[in-house]
Write a protein that binds this ligand. Structure first.
Ligand code: SF4
Length: 493
């Protein structure tokens, strides 16, 4: 008689506590990709449960979830929509390996789906995983589990997996990405305990934000950007389908804000305008943030529609204030577009925020100065500064991979270690990150003081806060600049 194999324990390998900076920031998003996969499997008749590692203390906690649910399958499925999991941090990889070992000891069939496992499948198979899913996961996972449950012995027709058989590593044909995203069931939000997320957001931000994806993939070819799961094709859900989920989720969680975690929000012509029409028609009011490119954000109609539908903050892949570096990255954008997009967003009341990257090969002092000048002139709402990070599968990685023998991953998202030889030392780039942050805050504080002098209507507490901030950042920037100067004997001011 066939043994029924229909019990699946899902988990993921992101532990907020293992990422000190993110733990301190305290603004976590639930593992959306994991919830999509669990939902699809449940819709197809499987019993699913979830060990959400986000607030867990250690990977060994998986044992009690295995003991409680006795799963046939342990599916370690990372959230491919979150940039933190796309960074493939070594702390999280170690946690994943530990959970794989525990699940194997408990006789589970272990299946892994993540950016890191797609890039380094052998390491996960060595750690004991039975199967690694390569690329987008949901359909492959369903077909694989269906096949195993039906006790098929030949799995070579399941596209998009790698596994070992008689000591041989088998990699099946690549699976294409899904085109019709409206066909997927909504994520299984009921598996998440949302209260710790809400509590953390309220404590650190004063509002509660949740995540939602409207698209998958990105057609652009910035040569340092890895897209191991969703690739270079861009597929979007219909605005109707997204609005339906927004309404459904509002009834469930009463969130204040949404992060649309797409690589690029609203690229399809007319999508945002239709979305704005629908939110108005349905009388939906919420604020949201997105990621987008400067060359798209110079289109006034798009920016107007973003504002009309509640967009509050746009994280723009600005990267550098030097055209030479943007061109070296194959970014396909112009520095002037960053200026134009920032002006346009501010005109419509949307906050522009910048992703900035230092340390790209070929960057010299003049390029760094241009980037700092751009930040000082445009004063974005927020800045996220990173150091160039070679991810497997990219042109950039191929250029520097010979130098990555000693170290190829950061331990956590704040390590910011330059892992290849460049114009300056790794210590310089780490200090540069601190300096540019302080310098940015100094300029913000100085702008606030100018406002303060003109606007006497501000409450006294606000005035004091701004003066204290200026009193801190003026000398702090000076000291930070001096440190930078000691490391490389150069001056940025
Ligand atoms: S536009 Fe953004 S997501 Fe697309 S390739 Fe460039 S960096 Fe990556």
């Amino acid at each position: 008689m066939l043994k029924m194999m229909n019990n699946i324990l899902f988990s993921h390998s992101y532990f907020l506590r293992l990422d000190a900076k993110q733990w301190k920031t305290g603004l976590p998003y639930p593992p959306l990709g994991t919830l999509y996969a669990a939902s699809l499997l449940r819709d197809n008749g499987y019993r699913v449960s979830l060990f959400d590692t986000m607030f867990s203390k250690k990977s060994d906690e998986v044992s009690k979830h295995i003991a409680a649910s006795h799963p046939d399958f342990f599916v370690l499925y990372d959230d491919g929509f979150n940039y933190l999991t796309k960074m493939c941090l070594s702390n999280m990889r170690e946690a994943a390996f530990r959970m794989i070992a525990i699940a194997k000891n408990n006789h589970c069939t272990v299946i892994v789906s993540s950016s890191d496992a797609t890039d380094a499948s052998d390491k996960y198979l060595d750690a004991g995983a039975d199967f690694v899913i390569i690329g987008e996961g949901e359909m492959t996972l369903l077909e694989l589990i269906n096949s195993i449950s039906q006790q098929k012995t030949d799995l070579s027709s399941v596209q998009g997996i790698t596994y070992r058989k008689n000591d041989e590593t088998i990699k099946t044909l690549k699976r294409g990405v899904m085109a019709d995203l409206d066909n997927l069931p909504f994520p299984s939000w009921d598996l998440i305990n949302i209260e710790p997320y809400r509590h953390s957001w309220m404590k650190h931000a004063g509002y509660f934000s949740i995540n939602m994806a409207t698209t998958r993939g990105c057609p652009y070819k910035c040569n340092w950007c890895a897209k191991p799961l969703y690739g270079n094709r861009y597929h979007a859900r219909s605005p109707e389908n997204v609005v339906k989920e927004i309404k459904w989720l509002k009834g469930k969680f009463h969130y204040d804000h949404i992060w649309f975690c797409d690589d690029i929000f609203g690229l399809r012509p007319g999508w945002v305008a239709t979305f704005a029409d629908l939110t108005e028609k349905e009388n939906l009011h919420f604020k949201y943030k997105i990621q987008c490119r400067p060359d798209l954000l110079i289109k006034e109609e798009l920016v107007k529609s973003l504002a009309r539908s509640g967009c509050d903050n746009v994280w723009m892949g600005a990267e550098s204030g030097s055209q030479k570096i943007l061109d070296a990255m194959d970014k396909g954008t112009k520095v002037e577009q960053i200026y134009q997009a920032t002006t346009l967003l501010k005109k419509y009341g949307i906050k522009p925020s910048f992703f900035i990257q230092f340390g790209y090969p070929g960057e010299v002092l003049e390029d760094i100065k241009r980037t700092i000048k751009m930040i000082n002139e445009l004063l974005p709402y927020q800045i996220g500064i990173s150091v160039s990070y070679p991810l497997p599968g990219t042109t950039f990685y191929e250029k520097v991979k010979a130098q990555l023998k000693e170290k190829s991953h950061w331990m956590d998202s704040d390590e910011l270690m330059l892992m290849f030889r460049n114009t300056y030392s790794p210590a310089f780039y780490k200090q540069l990150h601190r300096y540019v942050h302080k310098n940015y805050h100094k300029h913000i504080a100085m702008e606030s003081i100018a406002h303060l002098l003109m606007k006497s209507s501000l409450p006294l507490s606000e005035k004091i806060k701004k003066l204290v901030s200026a009193a801190y950042y003026l000398p702090a920037t000076f000291v930070s600049g001096k440190k930078l100067n000691r490391i490389e004997k150069i001056s940025l001011v």
